[in-house]
Ligand binder design. Structure first.
Ligand code: ATP
Ligand code: MG
Length: 792
């Protein structure tokens, strides 16, 4: 063997870097093997960096002594037959063990000439994913690393280019289960949590499942009985009334339909009370008779119950008009109320309205502020008796004009309104304001937690002030962040415009985000609750994109709905090589991997339907795995593949019938499986497929108004689709939802068209629309199977 210097010179000459060379010469065995390779096997051969690395690998793997017939291996490295480390390892293994050494057998062992093309590699990976689709759908991205590991062991993929694996599997996961969403995040967190606690909590009671009620804003709330009071003696009666239970209320104004944001308020108020074993009122805040309508009362009641909540009592602020009036007189008598004759404009000026229209100027008391109790009482009673017209007089709270908070600048408690009221008729000419009513009715109803959104933060001061000056029990108002959804409009006025201009089908059009619309679209209430639970409750506003909401809905539907086969654009298929009476029964589980759903049977006969897009006459290529000349396709759960014979077309070239053969003697696995429906499939009059109603994330911001942002193609109506006959069973058993295990958000629903929901394999999630009848099926797409990447 040469001296160290000679070795260094040799190694650097062939292109091995200095550091590596130093390392190599330290190991005598490796250095001498490498010297031998370079001076005997490959003398004078130029090697690139990759080849040099492989040659070094041969030297390193020569541990058991000289490799017999080593030049077979090294020459293949030089000529490009061996390109990977795996090939070297397998080749070395063969040469050490084979006796006699056979050149052809060596080539096989080392994978020479067996490299899989990129396309074949992708096809093999796709096959593996299809075979494991149930598990992938269930475990989602958490099983990706495992699947990748398993793929590397698949014999057919032994000589596949390693660099293709990861991108291919990533793309397939995206295609099959959509992008990562809440489910993928939640699972990770859940796994972590028990670990952290395991050590400390091993002797404690098992922790209850964490939820929006046990952590964050709601988790930090006080216990009933701990509401701070100016007059603590008031707590005795309060605690007797509640029996120590949590009392909350959901106080909608009956002046519009509820929307997605309200579902957070409902979940917070009803859900928190339920979670704590307490009670929640549904209180209609009907102090503004001009805006109220019967439909809103009914719709609100309906939505609360749809979300799975039962009000402890349904009350109305107007139930308390007499009590409120008495307290208004008490306010005056205690010196904290006065009748003010200022106009709205004068009132603003007293509150510091500056010439430029902004507040912040000097505040001053008006002349009405300093009247006697008697005079105020007389005038207030005159207000009550209709002696003043609208805007001529108000009752104001005598608060603190020096306070920095506008909520303390003598708020209006009562105003004159010349409007009959839904419930009290003509009895009242004056109506209390929100600021006067809300805290007092909370107090009457013994509310322990008056939970509202953060716009009311400043109101907390006036809320407490009023309870205190009237010496009534003071409930604790606490504020949490609103839920906003972007890419849509929620305001009543804007939705009314969309309805009036005929842009949508009504207030419950499935493209809107009123709760009526969301229900009609087929979204299960449990999906909304668990979505809100995932977001958690904090004091900041949550802004959510429509796609995120949809993704949560998709995840919920995936776990809870049966699967059916539906073809949107059916084309008839005839099997040429079977008899007319050919029939095979196939049984398909409603949800693979979940026995709780049961299964249905379909009859596969000479005639059936597939989607027109699943067959073509051009030969198959890398991207097209479905039915094509020379490329058979699998039909879900049908034992054998079918191969294309020909496509029959009408005079216009439109396909009318596809002729196939049933490949009874073939066991070859198809590249993919497609959905089909049998000859006795049910016809669907309309399938309505939706895209977002607006083009941008912020329709309000459009310079030409939000209507200019409307997406003209947000609803596509497909006529003539077909669904397998088992829809009838799904209808009869509706809602055929299986509860989510261990979830506190499983909601029992009243059956209706909207509860007839299912996943149409390879198509999307659907339900029957409210327009659907027994002889005219109409369906809504609830959400697509995967997130729509081409949204913009
Ligand atoms: P909008 O202004 O959207 O019409 P609102 O506040 O006038 O809503 P109300 O009927 O007064 O509607 O609302 C009833 C309850 O619902 C209130 O306690 C309110 O704070 C709450 N709420 C309304 N919108 C949201 C939202 N986006 N997120 C959370 N809670 C909301
Ligand atoms: Mg309101």
């Amino acid at each position: 063997m040469s001296s160290q210097d000679e070795l260094v010179a040799l190694f650097t000459k062939v292109g091995i870097d200095e550091k590596k060379t130093k390392e190599l010469v330290k190991n005598k065995k490796v250095a001498s093997a490498l010297e031998s390779i370079l001076t005997n096997d490959l003398a004078g051969v130029a090697l690139d960096a990759k080849q040099l690395a492989l040659v070094q690998q041969v030297a390193v793997e020569s541990k058991q002594g000289d490799i017999p017939h080593r030049s077979l291996l090294t020459k293949q490295i030089a000529s490009g037959g061996i390109k990977t480390a795996l090939q070297v390892t397998e080749g070395v293994k063969y040469l050490y063990s084979a006796d006699p050494v056979d050149e052809a057998a060596f080539a096989t062992a080392a994978g020479i000439g067996q490299e899989l093309s990129e396309a074949d590699t992708k096809a093999e990976i796709a096959k593996y994913v299809d075979a494991n689709i149930d598990r992938i759908t269930a475990e989602r991205y958490s099983c990706l690393p495992k699947v990748l590991g398993e793929l590397r062991k698949v014999p057919a993929l032994k000589w596949a280019p390693a660099s293709v694996f990861k991108p291919t599997i990533d793309a397939l996961f995206l295609e099959k289960i959509g992008p990562k969403d809440e489910r993928d995040v939640v699972k990770k967190e859940k796994k972590k949590a028990p670990k952290k606690e395991a050590a400390a909590a091993s002797t404690k009671e098992p922790e209850p499942e964490r939820s929006m009620f046990s952590e964050g804003f709601l988790g930090d709330l006080h216990k009933p009985g701990e509401q701070p009071q100016k007059y603590p003696e008031l707590m005795k009666a309060q605690n007797e009334a509640t029996g120590g239970k949590v009392f909350t209320r959901f106080p909608p104004e009956p002046n519009g339909f509820l929307h997605i944001g309200h579902s957070k308020a409902i979940t917070v108020n009803f859900g928190y009370a339920k979670h704590c074993g307490g009670n929640c009122y549904l209180r209609f805040d009907d102090t503004n008779p001009e805006a109220e309508e019967e439909v809103y009362f009914n719709s609100i009641l309906d939505m609360v119950s749809w979300l799975g909540f039962e009000p402890y009592k349904v009350t109305y602020s107007s139930d308390y008009f007499d009590q409120l009036y008495d307290l208004a007189e008490r306010l005056i008598q205690s010196g904290h109320g006065y009748v003010c004759m200022c106009t709205a404009e004068q009132m603003k000026q007293g509150r510091g309205l500056k010439a430029d229209g902004t507040l912040g100027g000097e505040r001053f008391a008006c002349v009405h502020r300093e009247k006697s109790v008697e005079q105020n009482l007389t005038e207030f009673r005159a207000m009550r008796d209709g002696k003043y017209g609208v805007g001529e007089a108000t009752l104001r709270m005598k608060q603190d004009l020096t306070s920095p908070s506008p909520q303390m600048w003598d708020l209006v408690a009562y105003r004159v309104l010349n409007a009959p009221h839904h419930r009290t008729g003509d009895k009242w000419k004056i109506y209390p304001t929100y600021d006067f009513t809300h805290c007092l009715v909370d107090s009457f109803e013994h509310i322990t937690h008056s939970l509202c959104t953060t716009e009311f933060q400043l109101s907390r001061e006036s809320y407490e002030w009023l309870c205190d000056v009237l010496r009534v029990y003071r409930p604790a108002q606490r504020e949490y962040g609103r839920l906003n959804i972007t890419g849509t409009v929620l305001s009543k006025r804007k939705i009314a415009k969309l309805v009036n201009e005929g842009i949508v089908r009504g207030w419950d059009d499935p493209r809107l985000f009123t709760l009526e619309a969301i229900r009609r679209r087929g979204v299960p209430p449990g999906a909304i609750l668990s979505f809100i639970n995932t977001l958690g409750v904090t004091t900041s506003t949550t802004n959510i994109q429509v796609v995120r909401f949809e993704s949560a809905v998709r995840g919920f539907l995936d776990q809870t709905t049966p699967r059916l086969m539906m073809v949107l654009h059916p084309v008839e298929v005839v099997i040429d090589n079977v008899d007319d009476d050919f029939a095979e029964e196939v049984e398909i589980p409603y949800k693979p991997g979940d026995a709780a759903f049961g299964s249905r049977k379909l009859t596969f006969t000479k005639k059936f339907y597939i989607d027109a897009s699943d067959v073509r006459e051009e030969p198959a290529d890398k991207e097209y795995f479905r039915l094509a000349p020379g490329q058979p396709v699998g039909l879900m759960k049908v034992p054998h593949t079918v191969s294309l014979v020909k496509i029959e077309r009408d005079a216009d070239g439109k396909p009318v019938r596809v002729h196939v053969n049933y490949d009874k003697d073939s066991t070859k696995k198809p590249k993919t499986y497609i959905q089909w429906v049998p000859a006795d499939a049910r016809d669907i009059a309309e399938v309505r497929v939706y895209k977002q109603l607006f083009k941008s994330e912020n329709p309000q911001a459009h310079p030409d108004g939000f209507l200019a942002d409307v997406n003209a193609d947000s609803e596509e109506v497909i006529k003539g689709a077909k669904v397998e006959p088992a829809l009838t069973e799904v209808q009869a058993k509706s809602p055929m939802n299986v509860p989510v295990k261990g979830s506190e958000f499983n909601v029992e629903e009243k059956p209706g068209n909207n509860t007839v929901r299912f996943q149409a394999l390879r198509v999307g999630y659907f339900c029957l629309d409210k327009d659907s009848t027994d002889d005219k099926l109409v369906m809504n797409e609830i959400v697509t199977l995967k997130e729509d990447s081409g949204k913009k």
